[in-house]
Design a protein around this ligand. Sequence first.
Ligand SMILES: Nc1ncnc2c1ncn2[C@@H]1O[C@H](COP(=O)(O)OP(=O)(O)OP(=O)(O)O)[C@@H](O)[C@H]1O
Ligand SMILES: [Mg+2]
Length: 408
Amino acid sequence: MANIPVVIDNGTGYTKLGYAGNVDPSYVFPSCIAEPPPRSVKPEQLGDMDFYIGQDALDATAKYPDKYFTSYALKHGCIDNWDHMEKIWQQCLYKYMRCEPESHPVILTEPPMNPPENREYAAEIMFETFGVPALNISAQAVLALGSVDAVTGTVIDSGDGVTHIIPVYEKVVITSGIKHIPLAGRDITEFMFKLIKERETTHPDVNMKQEARKIKEEYGYVCKDIAREFQRYDADRSKYIKKWSGVVPPKGEMTWEIDVGPEQFLGPEIFFHPEIFGLEHTTPLPQLVDEVIRGCPIDTRLPLYKNILLSGGTTLFKNFRKRLRDDVKAIVDERMTLDWERRGGRGKPKDIEVTVEKPHNPQHAVWIGGSMLGSQEDFLEQCATKALYDEHGPSVCRGNVMGAAIFK
Ligand SMILES: Nc1ncnc2c1ncn2[C@@H]1O[C@H](COP(=O)(O)OP(=O)(O)OP(=O)(O)O)[C@@H](O)[C@H]1O
Ligand SMILES: [Mg+2]
């Protein structure tokens, strides 16, 4: 496996990991770590290896709640705890990829507006702690576009911790145009969890938040129109109510069952009617998408409307693509008609094509783009090398290295 790049896409919720050239990541696990709780042990007692990552971390905390405390290394897409991140990377490279990092270039991904210092910290850890020969840190939106062989488009990246709208033209992120919504998958889970808890009278002794996430992933869908959906529900509840059941651990003898009701479509509605969540953020996603594109240089707008790309697990909701497309198109058409009327009906406007594309697996799109990047013949030219790092220090990664010729 010598010299094949390792691609690591660390998300707020999940890390996607594998060798470049594969069609899917080999490992997908929660970006968390379980350690003894702070203050419960003296530093000298804390073995360096006394930690777990990913699902093992969640299991360790469930089994020994007094001994292990789970925390996530990223917040809203950005690395928040470098010590934890380093430990997660250590296990990514040694335990999962079973590689000697000195012989594998690494591709990391970064969210929009990632502070340049974060790139430098990442470079320091990768080059100094792990001794990797080359490092590429690429914008997640550019990689997502790369996964469908595109270089221009408006990427809607909605994962676990944050939703971004990122215009990209010819592989360059139009930074001034980026907008974000501080809501994503975790908030939808939380909202659905609350609705279920309020309605259900039986509260089985299980991790109901995890169950709410599974319910969301299995049954969540975006409806066409929320008022009409409620009417349909009321007309024939039995047709729409789903049953969700399980057993109570650890013995698994007791079973439980709950109903899944309107939360199926109310959760995902966060993007289209954010005001029902009673949160500060109130601009619907389709309106933001339109604002983002209109805020970009005029000659980029048509291609940006024409290729709106979904990325991230939260875009997997059924009917998300169609509702987003229809709503953006309606906003564009309405504005065009108004303009036209204002001009006294002269010079009928040309139709603007609005296309929303959903890649084969939006949750892995960023990783897949990284995998394709790492397979390119000139990939190393798009990296900062260890030699350059040794000569110039972490600042070699200050700029976005993707495509930067200065590292040749
Ligand atoms: N079928 C599905 N329907 C709806 N949501 C889903 C589905 N499958 C996964 N998700 C949600 O997608 C989210 C994880 O997506 P993803 O792995 O893209 O996020 P991330 O990269 O960890 O986070 P971020 O990009 O915000 O840093 C979780 O909230 C998960 O519940
Ligand atoms: Mg992500």
